[in-house]
Design a protein. Sequence first.
Length: 259
Amino acid sequence: MVDLLFKGDPIGAIEGVLFDKDGTLSHSEPHLLNLAEARINSAIELWVAGGRPESVCPPLRENLKRAFGVMPNGLDPAGTLAVASRHDNLTSMATVFCLMECSWPAAHQMATDSFNRVDRALTQAPAIINPLLPGSASLIQQLFTTGIKLAVISNDTEQGIQRFLEGHGLCQSFQTCWSAEHFPAKPNPEAVAQLCNKLDLDPKVCALIGDAETDLQMAAASGIGLVIGYTGGWTSKPHLPSAALLIDDWNELSIQVGT
């Protein structure tokens, strides 16, 4: 067990740390904005190809942007694309189609086709590994070298998590992960309980660090010992009232090994 320090002051003894990925370890905002644009363009192309009126395209585009959390100055860190799973984002798009007077079966099929078209295009392009946020690699290395158990808990797929860790040479530092494909997925507190069980740790001796209020509420409900909000991953800083501590820079955290 080591002491986690915030700006040099001890904030708690820990044996494990659970990290969110997008917006916490990963600088994901530029990629997610591009993903939103690609999905919206695909949706509008399918809308027109289905014989629907082009005059509806401008409001359709705006409604889809709002559904994904796309703002004039970036992405809403609490919005669907930033926080939710692929399934939830697909449902958001289908709901927008319903508001434009589509039946649910037609709306869901069009959203599915839109997402699949973008997925196929992405598989044909060079793999994108989002950069690490500054200072995160140093903290991970400090934690790993002192024997602290590390895990990622994310709404990304397991393959997406592993690709990210492999791309940054971090696979050996992390014992395990919990993805959108695990049951239950976050933000169910049981996801944290089961992940801690995989680490063979009591949640009380763990910290969870994330950039979403839903993650921090989940952590608190699961009995995590240290609930830490990270605000440095987005253009617009997230509002995280459930955090016991807020950090804006990974360099604000360090560790101290007990003597």
